[in-house]
Design a protein around this ligand. Structure first.
Ligand code: SF4
Length: 258
């Protein structure tokens, strides 16, 4: 079950306040489910709004059907301080499309929190970030008309044009300790992962070890993952990359606030 899901949105403003604020979809305490810090208790701040539309988006209500309430940065920090946690995960949606996310990260840094930012890697900012969890989106994420959850196909072209920004990716890799986390739908994704990592290695002086390249199975429910996790684990083993589970799905399936 979720560790602690806070219905913070129910108490927050529906229109943007005058002070610095962010559109918040969820704010909750749980275990980090993905990546190098999987299993670490963390406060999650999920902003709403994304510049991409992956067909498999696991935070549908921040992208395809965004919903949120506005919280000032002061209110967000106060909520975070109400939990007994040292780690804060700022996620989305795409949290870096909001300028105020930088303010939030600065405030958390002043208070000594370890911050992870989960980003799709299309926006580079200058902010104190302890771990950039960058998830470049592969061609298999594109919402073709057959896969678009709205059935309209409106986002196919925009998503395809925006999904990989090598300059922004290189800036993030150079600026922050980074993990590159690819959502993998099957063996056909590996060639694009290899090309993307190779291009980044050519563009930056920073060493990108294979152990910093994480393959994560696509799937939002336990039964989805039953189909993909074995395949993706085998691909990680075969290609020398790191496998990452989706621990929160294994533990709590698709419950909100996890
Ligand atoms: S980038 Fe992330 S939040 Fe945006 S649509 Fe894709 S999976 Fe959803």
């Amino acid at each position: 079950m979720p560790v602690d899901a806070d219905p913070v949105a129910e108490r927050a403003a529906e229109t943007p306040p005058e002070a610095d604020a962010l559109p918040i979809n969820e704010l909750f305490h749980s275990l980090q489910g993905e990546g190098k810090l999987a299993g670490v208790p963390s406060v999650f701040v999920r902003t709403s709004g994304c510049n991409l539309r992956c067909w498999f988006c696991d935070s549908y209500h921040t992208s395809w059907e965004p919903s949120h309430a506005w919280l000032t940065i002061d209110e967000i920090v106060a909520e975070i301080e109400g939990y007994d946690a040292d780690h804060v995960v700022v996620t989305g949606g795409e949290p870096l499309i909001h300028e105020e996310t930088v303010d939030l990260l600065e405030r958390l840094d002043e208070r000594g929190y370890h911050t992870t930012v989960e980003t799709n890697g299309t926006v580079a900012v200058d902010a104190p970030i302890d771990l950039a969890s960058v998830s470049p989106k592969l061609a298999s994420s594109t919402p073709t008309p057959e896969r678009d959850p709205t059935g309209e196909g409106d986002w196919e072209q925009r998503h395809e044009q925006r999904r990989l920004d090598h300059e922004a990716l290189a800036t993030l890799v150079e600026r922050y300790p980074t993990q590159l986390k690819f959502v993998v739908t099957g063996p056909d994704d590996v060639a694009e992962i290899d090309r993307t990592v190779e291009e980044l290695r050519e563009r930056t002086e920073t060493t990108i070890d294979d152990a910093d390249v994480l393959l994560m199975p696509e799937g939002q429910t336990r039964s989805d993952l039953d189909e993909t996790r074995g395949v993706v684990a085998d691909l990680a083993l075969e290609h020398g990359y790191r496998y990452t589970p989706r621990l929160h799905v294994d533990l709590w399936n698709d419950a909100p606030g996890t």
